[in-house]
Design a protein around this ligand. Sequence first.
Ligand code: ATP
Length: 222
Amino acid sequence: GADDGTVEVRDLVVRYGPATALDQVSLTVGPAEMVALIGPNGAGKSTVVNTLSGVLKPSAGTVAVRGRLAHVPEGRQVFGDLTVEDNLRLGGRRYKLRDTGPVHAILPRLAELRHRRAGTLSGGEQQMVAVGRALMSRPDVLAVDELSLGLAPLVVADLVRHLRELNETRGLAVLLIEQNARLALDLCSRAYVLEAGRIVAEGPSEELAADDRVSAAYLGGV
Ligand code: ATP
């Protein structure tokens, strides 16, 4: 039930000075569940993830993560002057995990690219580095912020295939933050819609996709 989620956010309020970015947001991600958080630009999606990862402090409410959370940040944020291998190692540093072999096994392309400087890679390859770097800490839950942004559909499909596989074979829980609602609802079994800092709709992805208002606002028509 909702009480044994891997991620549990309850009545979360986050303020930036006088501005309220999140107002009483509650959401859960269960063990091995894939959940989407969709909503327009500026709705507060990144604020949710940044609070989960401890970068921001709640003004009120609680966030709880059972197990280890890793974050694939918006805009990838790889270190362009470092090699792919060194970027990966940074992801494990906090836990003294240096062996990149397990990540190479999941994302073989990163083994081929390991000596390349990350700044010379394509956007899709950089996103793969960002995912691989997050996996280095052997997370129980992965928060992915804007996986698809700026990437070609085929590249996105490849990344999605990897996420699905990680979820199915390793039980990795995923919170997918996406402006691309169709992608998010296709991939995830449940979703939350965030608008102006509030959850305005939630439920199984199929139900949300069939909801006239959600469909009109996020899926380009009824
Ligand atoms: P985007 O997809 O554009 O990143 P988002 O849904 O992730 O949008 P947030 O980045 O979480 O939205 O921003 C939520 C609100 O908080 C916005 O109104 C934004 O302008 C504001 N905000 C974000 N960061 C700060 C900050 N450091 N200081 C003040 N206001 C901020």
